[in-house]
Design a protein. Structure first.
Length: 376
């Protein structure tokens, strides 16, 4: 997968622009607040259609009402144009000029690594569930569909619980068990490979403790209906659904202990990075093409092992954009970020372009007027 160019209009603090990206690594460097993260966020949105939908308003430049991003992509030899329009809290997607939904866009096009990824390890179960659900939704359109049906059903059931509609519960329970079971079984299957890849990446990051991914489930496919029934009174009292995959956690075990409670900050960052590499490898396996890698603030990573792991990962994909307060080494293109603008510069790793020697014959030279005489 390759991002040939990215265009943005009224996106956060970015000046309207079209930036062309070469194959290999593009390094984006500049001070804090220059717009580096915003650029990656715009690129991720244009590549995948994905963004935090609860914050759509924030993506539009202050003082404007609409924003727009566009990615010109190259995948398996064919070109496509993906556009995202944002306005009035809504998001509109187009693929080659035709209105589409997120699931219609190529699902393995990008992976975004950020310093905040540590929150997946140390934060609440919802962050880990979001990681898992987002990844599985990209691996399988069916999963994405069933998950959104399931989530809708949970909120409708919660409303019925709050309304004390005990008589209607068996209807909700039935569809919840059906959808929830499918989600649980899919998660279990996908976790086998995800676990292998994450453990491999964690070891490649030099960790001497084994990383194991498993699910903490609030119920099982076998006991689902029964478990739900046994918590009916509690559910009616609280007005919320107590069992099912929306309550499950992706347990990250490092050595013998849960990473969320026992890992050091550094170990946690390593685990988060291992999860991101596993995500990248799983998407590559599923779609037969390596995603575009977006690495935000590699220079915030002070640990030399993790830093070189990040840079090596960036070099392992056909294309990566790597931001930082310093220049990324080995970049094919370096952009300097300043107040939402991005200007190419010849990086220290690029040889100065060699200008061909002028090959002028003696006679021609004789015809060139003396420079000193020009304009005199
Ligand atoms: N909707 C918006 N309109 C205008 N400016 C915004 C908007 N959202 C964020 N910004 C500005 O973008 C800047 C942050 O850019 P960011 O990409 O996070 O910088 P960095 O280069 O440090 O990653 C901040 O100065 C912030 O005020
Ligand atoms: Mg930033």
């Amino acid at each position: 997968m390759r991002l040939d160019s990215l265009s943005t209009l009224n996106y956060r603090n970015l000046a309207p622009c079209t930036l062309a990206f070469p194959a290999g690594v593009t390094g984006v460097f500049g001070e804090n607040g220059a717009g580096k993260t915003n650029l990656l966020e715009a690129a991720y949105l244009a590549l995948t259609g994905l963004t935090d939908v609860s914050r759509l308003e924030q993506l539009v430049q202050q003082g404007e009402t609409e924003a727009y991003v566009r990615a010109d992509l190259e995948s398996g030899g064919s070109l496509s144009v993906q556009e995202v329009g944002l306005g009035r809290g809504r998001r509109q997607l187009k693929l080659d000029g035709v209105r589409v939904r997120t699931g219609d866009l190529p699902r393995g096009s990008a992976v975004w690594i950020r310093p905040e990824d540590s929150e997946m390890v140390f934060g609440s179960p919802s962050g880990r569930r979001a990681f898992l659900d987002s990844l599985l939704s990209r691996l399988s359109a069916r999963y994405a569909e069933q998950l959104s049906r399931y989530e809708r059903t949970v909120s409708q059931r919660n409303a019925a619980l709050r309304g004390g509609e005990e008589w209607a519960m068996h209807v909700w329970d039935e569809s919840l068990v059906r959808l929830g079971t499918e989600i649980m079984l899919f998660r279990r299957r996908a976790l086998v490979r995800l676990n292998e890849l994450a453990a491999e990446a964690n070891a490649a990051l030099g960790s001497r403790k084994t990383l194991t991914l498993s699910l903490t489930e609030s119920t099982t496919p076998e006991t689902y209906a029964q478990d739900m029934g046994s918590r009916r009174a509690e559910e009616l009292a609280r007005g919320s659904t107590a069992t099912g995959p929306h309550r499950d956690d992706l347990l990250l075990t490092l050595g013998d202990f849960p990473a969320s409670e026992y890992a050091s900050r550094g170990e946690g960052r390593t685990v988060a990075l291992a999860l991101r590499r596993a995500e990248l490898e799983l998407l590559a396996e599923r779609f037969g093409e390596r995603p575009v890698l977006l690495v935000d603030d590699f220079s915030a990573e002070l640990d030399p092992v993790r830093r070189s792991f990040l840079l090596e990962l960036a070099a392992s994909v056909p294309q990566a954009i790597v931001t930082g307060t310093e220049r990324a080494p080995g970049a094919a293109l370096t952009l300097r970020a300043q107040s939402g603008r991005f200007t190419p510069e010849a990086g220290p790793d690029l040889p100065e372009p060699e200008l061909p020697e002028p090959e002028l014959a003696e006679a021609e030279l004789a015809d060139v007027p003396d420079v000193a005489g020009v304009g005199a």
